[in-house]
Design a protein around this ligand. Structure first.
Ligand code: DGL
Length: 272
């Protein structure tokens, strides 16, 4: 019986990580849960994000996943350490892989981090980056408008372009040569971000590095799937199935994707 890799996020953002994992590990089965009904997590306080992250985790653990990817930076900052210490399956987040990828890309050790309010306030990126390289200088910027642009499916629109330009203006005058997309929703805005920042700034999507880490960990634990016989991906959302499905189908190339609606805890949020 195949066991899936579990992915959790506050909404569709973690699909940007799933995309990279499917590219590198096409035999693996994916179970994905997006807590769209309570998205965004970014402005919520840490304890609440911690509780919601545990609710998502328990939902997937009950479905016998073999590994958990916390494909949300805000949730990683709030709950990774605790969840990793508690579960007996491998658990990874996206902050350490994103930091590693940025340090590979930077030439001048000046790195920008775009994230939610929760991620920026947690200081998780500066801690991770400086833990790997003490000389790196970090400019963090919260972009609270980006998540709603993505969740509403407007990420290719003129409004998105305007919001990206307005939000990133403070970074234009810095010396950063690398930007980490420190929220898994932001890769859907990557082209707009690259166009605004110009070709001298490398834009890092932590998904690719996270996928390499997933691959290495599964290999280490002898959990890699050798063929795609019996693979049945499952996608769960606490919000609108049709909006989730439209974005997921645009982003992932999965034919006949089936999205299931589920309930978690006491849902209070914007994207019902
Ligand atoms: N995708 C999430 C992240 O990586 C959070 C977005 C949100 O819910 O605010 O931080």
């Amino acid at each position: 019986m195949k066991r899936a890799i579990g992915f959790i996020d506050s909404g569709v953002g973690g699909l940007t990580v799933v995309k990279e994992v499917l590219k590198q590990l096409p035999h693996e089965q994916i179970y994905y849960l997006g807590d769209t009904a309570r998205c965004p997590y970014g402005p919520r306080d840490r304890d609440e994000v911690h509780q919601f992250t545990w609710e998502m985790t328990n939902f997937l653990v009950e479905r016998n996943i073999k590994m958990l990817v916390i494909a949300c930076n805000t949730a990683t900052a709030a709950a990774l350490a605790d969840i990793r210490a508690t579960l007996d399956i491998p658990v990874i987040g996206v902050i350490q892989p994103g930091s590693r990828a940025a340090l590979k890309a930077t030439h001048n050790n000046r790195v920008g981090v775009l994230g939610t309010i929760g991620t920026v306030q947690s200081m998780a990126y500066p801690k991770a980056l400086k833990g790997l390289n003490r000389r790196v200088e970090v400019d963090s910027l919260a972009c609270p408008k980006f998540v709603s642009v993505v969740e509403s499916g407007e990420y290719k629109s003129a409004i998105a372009k305007k919001i990206v330009a307005e939000s990133l203006l403070p970074l234009k005058s810095t010396k950063i040569d690398t930007i980490i997309l420190g929220c898994t929703h932001y890769p859907l805005l990557k082209t707009l971000i690259e166009n605004f920042m110009g070709s001298d700034v490398a834009v890092i999507n932590s998904g690719e590095e996270t996928a390499s880490e997933v691959s290495a960990l599964l290999d280490y634990h002898d959990l890699l799937d050798q063929d795609d016989k019996g693979v049945q991906h499952r996608f769960f959302t606490t919000g609108s199935v049709s909006i989730f499905q439209d974005i997921a189908q645009d982003w992932l190339d999965i034919p006949d994707m089936h999205v299931e609606h589920i309930k978690l805890g006491n849902e209070k949020g914007v994207y019902q």
